[in-house]
Design a protein around this ligand. Sequence first.
Ligand code: NAD
Ligand code: UDP
Length: 332
Amino acid sequence: MKRQDFTAGAAIKRILVAGGAGFLGSHLCEELVAQGHHVTCLDNLETGSLKNVEALTGSNRFTLLKQDVCDPLPDHLRVQEIYNLACAASPPHYQADPIHTMMTCVVGTNNLLGLAERCEARFLQASTSEVYGDPEQHPQTEAYWGHVNPTGPRACYDEGKRAAETLCFDYLRMGRADVRVVRIFNTYGPRMRPDDGRIISNLVCQALAGEPLTIYGTGEQTRSFCYASDLIRGLLQMMAAKDNPGAPVNFGNPGEFTINELAHLVLKITGSPSKISLHPLPVDDPQRRRPDIGRAHQLFGWKPEIALVEGLGPTIEWFARELRKGARATID
Ligand code: NAD
Ligand code: UDP
């Protein structure tokens, strides 16, 4: 089998972003186009939206390819880099069609890896902290193999992403593609959908609407929240690195908060009179999560710059604008 030369290519590149119309994907597309690259955004618009890439559609360096990543990719596609962000990331969305979620992770990633091999393109897989499941090690290092229920309702995503990592590292070991895997921890920011269903969008939209804040379980479970721009910077650094790390790399903000602490912070910043309402904890909901980001720091000097209290400001403004637009659309 032919071994590839894994050195970096030309300065201006042709880049495919699968899932590019989603929350994180659209920020990535925007940054890549701004850097002068030619970007093809492949997306089936399942959880993504045309609105997210509206500002880019006027650029001759941006092309939208509306298709499912599980379907055969067009023969004419020729790219030098591939970012695979295609997959619904919010539990209610990825659980709505769990078999399709698993297929997106496995068949979709395999399709894109095949394209990377044909084009000799560098490939970056957006994996997740969910590969650690409900972790027994805290904080989570990349060496931890995880604690995932393979048959529960979260498995379509957790096991799908784990299987996708397996494919990625087999392609890399076999010399078929220069594959890099990032494990993203809970990331938030503008362009999340008000109906996304994840904690930040739910709490902020509820607080802005004066509705009760829904807390699942006791609210003492923790998460560590990374602002979108910090994460995007990490993805770009990982893709640009001359040497392939040859192992997954965690990207996230180590600042760890209970869901109760987050709810009170949102109430304080929004000045909302909303009350808290307690609901049952979803099955297999991880109790604690915090990234060990030593590897990202050692490899790239990467660390997040935006604390939760700073990132919530622009995020709240985004949701306030979206809710106002929604209210106006209802009146019209
Ligand atoms: P998102 O749901 O906003 O984006 C996912 C995008 O993929 C959407 O545009 C969606 O339409 C598209 N998509 C889904 N299935 C597809 C398919 N079969 N074919 C083509 N397009 C498809 O979610 P996000 O938060 O932007 O997450 C982006 C990626 O990052 C996902 O792969 C997710 O697993 C990963 N990730 C995100 C977080 C986070 O906290 N945001 C954490 C860990 C991992
Ligand atoms: N959660 C909550 N209320 C909500 C949405 C989520 O209490 O309205 C909890 C959820 O049970 C989990 C945490 O917040 O413990 C983070 O949930 P999210 O869906 O954002 O991300 P994930 O569980 O995938 O990390």
